[in-house]
Design a binder for this molecule. Structure first.
Ligand SMILES: Nc1ncnc2c1ncn2[C@@H]1O[C@H](COP(=O)(O)OP(=O)(O)OP(=O)(O)O)[C@@H](O)[C@H]1O
Ligand SMILES: Nc1nc2c(ncn2[C@@H]2O[C@H](COP(=O)(O)O)[C@@H](O)[C@H]2O)c(=O)[nH]1
Length: 245
């Protein structure tokens, strides 16, 4: 979707390329269209269950389809994480001020840090006509379920708590304290995620390749259905070297 804003004029028109036709539409019509764009994709699962690993593959195979909702967090960046790409890294004061300004669709405290999905994070992906991907924990999922986002809800389930611990330790990103907090929360999350109806699909992440294929097939099928119903979805695949990450 192409977006053109005409500066300060009262009636702002946006040029929108939907179904390869161009229409001039008003802001309110544009908002409606954004709502009618592809459904966002919510990925939830205990810390260490493999959400980022699977999403990395999805973004790699479909480089033009998805856009990541960059959350805010008060946790410190890990080595390799970049501000504005992996998260917006903010202080507690900044986060609280943004909450007071009503900037978030949902917020949660996880393992002693605050996290939140801003309205802007989702809108900026949707304005590009892409499927907005939210990687969030269960308290956030509950809030999103009460919004009008209407997302596809995917739960990533680890084989066991023992295997989760092994994977988290192997990642070498957590202190012992943070690791224990994450493992304690994982039990509650697995319980919630396993209740029928809480998610559209539960993916057991035993082998990455199999889990990825299950995720991809579910998402592609859903997006194809949306496309048949008239929603613009670009499902162009990149065939190169998909197993390498
Ligand atoms: N099926 C799997 N088998 C073995 N190791 C895996 C598997 N899936 C992911 N991992 C590894 O487990 C670790 C945790 O995975 P990942 O970082 O993707 O989890 P996450 O759910 O995104 O965690 P967080 O919520 O903390 O960001 C990583 O080191 C990853 O390489
Ligand atoms: N409710 C929300 N949860 C979020 C958000 N961004 C990330 N998360 C979840 O937090 C945990 C920990 O993430 P980590 O990067 O510190 O390992 C994980 O379950 C994420 O899914 C958010 O905006 N809202």
């Amino acid at each position: 979707m192409f977006v053109i804003q005409s500066g300060a004029s009262i009636s702002r028109y946006r040029l929108c390329g939907k179904l390869r036709n161009f229409f001039f539409i008003s802001s309110s019509a544009y908002s409606k269209m954004v709502k009618q764009g592809p459904r966002p994709l919510v990925i939830c699962g205990p810390s260490g269950s493999g959400k980022s690993t699977l999403l990395k593959r999805l973004f790699k195979e479909f480089p033009e389809t998805f856009g990541f909702s960059v959350s805010h967090t008060t946790r410190k960046p890990r080595p390799g994480e970049e501000d504005g790409i992996h998260y917006h890294f903010v202080s507690v004061d900044e986060m609280q001020a943004a909450i007071e300004r009503n900037e978030f669709l949902e917020t949660a405290t996880f393992s002693g840090n605050m996290y939140g999905t801003s309205k802007r994070a989702v809108q900026s992906v949707q304005a590009m006509g892409k499927v907005c991907v939210l990687d969030i924990e269960i308290e956030g999922v509950k809030q999103i379920k009460n919004s009008d986002l209407n997302p596809l809800l995917v739960f990533i389930k680890p084989p066991s708590i023992e295997e989760l611990e092994k994977r988290l330790r192997g990642r070498k990103t957590e202190t012992e304290e943070s690791l224990q907090k994450r493992l304690n929360t994982a039990k509650v999350e697995i319980e919630y995620g396993s209740i029928p109806g809480n998610f559209h699909i539960i993916i057991h992440n035993l082998q990455v390749k199999k889990a990825y294929e299950e995720l991809r097939d579910f998402v592609v099928k859903e997006l194809e259905t949306q496309r048949e119903e008239g929603t613009f979805v670009n499902l162009k695949r990149c065939e190169n070297d998909l197993d390498s990450s």
